[in-house]
Write a protein that binds this ligand. Structure first.
Ligand code: SF4
Length: 345
């Protein structure tokens, strides 16, 4: 097979409206990172994605409201119970509110994410949701990033004003984690059945993951109708059991972003593509969304990620501008022009 011709064929067909098959996605993921073909793929995905999303960028913000040695035991996460250095702690209400206000003071956040460990106090979460919802502007959606939950809880979350949930069948779930893959998928189905927006991601990508593993994982999100798809690399956490594998580059991550964006191009439910952590290479390869983060972060060994791994709203807004997005989309579907002045304020 002539590799260059095959990439051209897949990409030009995508430009005409046909998404790559699973087999073609595996082929694209296997392209050498430094090749002309990988570069061509990223440029094409960028152009197709910008047309689909009207060149609108999206800012999301996440607050990790607690830390604990987590029974999820994920070997890539700084909270995994067998290797963590974190003690149990809960962010006080006034601190959550202060951070929520920091995220929303400019009024340009699409959604605020509240993150817990795998096990969490549901009543406390509902109370925090109600408190935050009352404090932030109406156009800001609320999304939860929590452990597995059932339909009763999903309905309660929805009734309390939660718009969506981030939930992922991770790469090597059940092998590199102590969690049940079946339970993860059941929770995703619950999210869909309850009418919540389902946020998904190809994560946490390391150098050891094969193209086929990634394709299998990416297509779970596609087949289950994700509202947002994304790609996230596993960050090198020195104390984690997977640290010896190292970390992929942002350039390689951008290649995965490109494949995710082409694979989802005809999925009507998929309204945006994110890249974690925020980086410019992903934003010019098909992603249009970045997350600002504060508080606890599974990719960080510091209890406070802002000023460490997590970028603040200002840095994320500037990054979207530098990536060439000309407006921001808000949670109520209104937009605002993104220019040098509004991005740098
Ligand atoms: S990734 Fe989530 S479930 Fe896994 S150990 Fe970390 S906090 Fe727990």
């Amino acid at each position: 097979m002539n590799i260059q011709q095959e990439v051209m064929r897949i990409v030009f067909r995508a430009q005409e409206g046909t998404a790559p098959t699973q087999e073609e996605c595996a082929f694209l993921l296997d392209l050498p990172e430094a090749s002309f073909e990988a570069g061509f793929l990223k440029v094409a995905a960028d152009s197709i994605s910008r047309a689909k999303f009207r060149n609108q960028g999206i800012l999301l913000g996440q607050i990790g409201i607690e830390t604990a040695p987590c029974p999820g035991g994920c070997k890539f996460c700084s909270f995994g119970e067998d290797h963590t250095k974190f003690a149990k702690s809960q962010m006080p209400d006034d601190e959550i509110l202060r951070r929520a206000m920091e995220f929303t003071v400019r009024g340009d956040l699409f959604a605020l994410f509240l993150m817990t460990m795998h096990e969490f106090n549901f009543d406390h979460l509902l109370r925090v949701v109600a408190m935050v919802k009352k404090a932030v502007p109406q156009q800001v959606q609320i999304v939860v990033n929590i452990g597995d939950f059932d339909r009763v809880k999903a309905d309660e979350l929805r009734a309390s004003g939660v718009n969506g949930a981030y939930h992922v069948l991770r790469l090597r779930e059940g092998i590199d984690t102590k969690l049940s893959p079946e339970m993860r998928v059941a929770t995703i189905q619950t999210i869909r059945d309850a009418g919540l927006d389902f946020y998904y991601c190809c994560e946490p990508i390391g150098p050891e993951h094969t193209a086929q593993e990634m394709v299998d994982q990416i297509f779970v999100g596609i087949e289950m109708g994700c509202f947002q798809h994304a790609a996230m690399r596993r960050v090198f956490v020195p104390s984690s059991p997977l640290a010896h594998h190292g970390q992929i580059t942002e350039r390689r991550l951008a290649q995965v972003v490109a494949v995710v964006s082409l694979a989802t191009m005809n999925v009507t439910e998929t309204q945006s593509i994110a890249v974690h952590e925020p980086n410019l290479l992903g934003l010019v390869a098909g992603a249009n969304t970045v997350y600002a983060e504060t508080g606890a972060n599974p990719r960080d060994t510091a209890a406070e990620t802002s000023g460490h791994r997590g970028l603040d709203m200002h840095a994320c807004r500037e990054m979207l501008y530098e990536a060439g997005f000309d407006s921001l989309l808000f949670g109520d579907r209104t937009t605002q022009q993104l220019n040098h002045i509004s991005a740098s304020m």
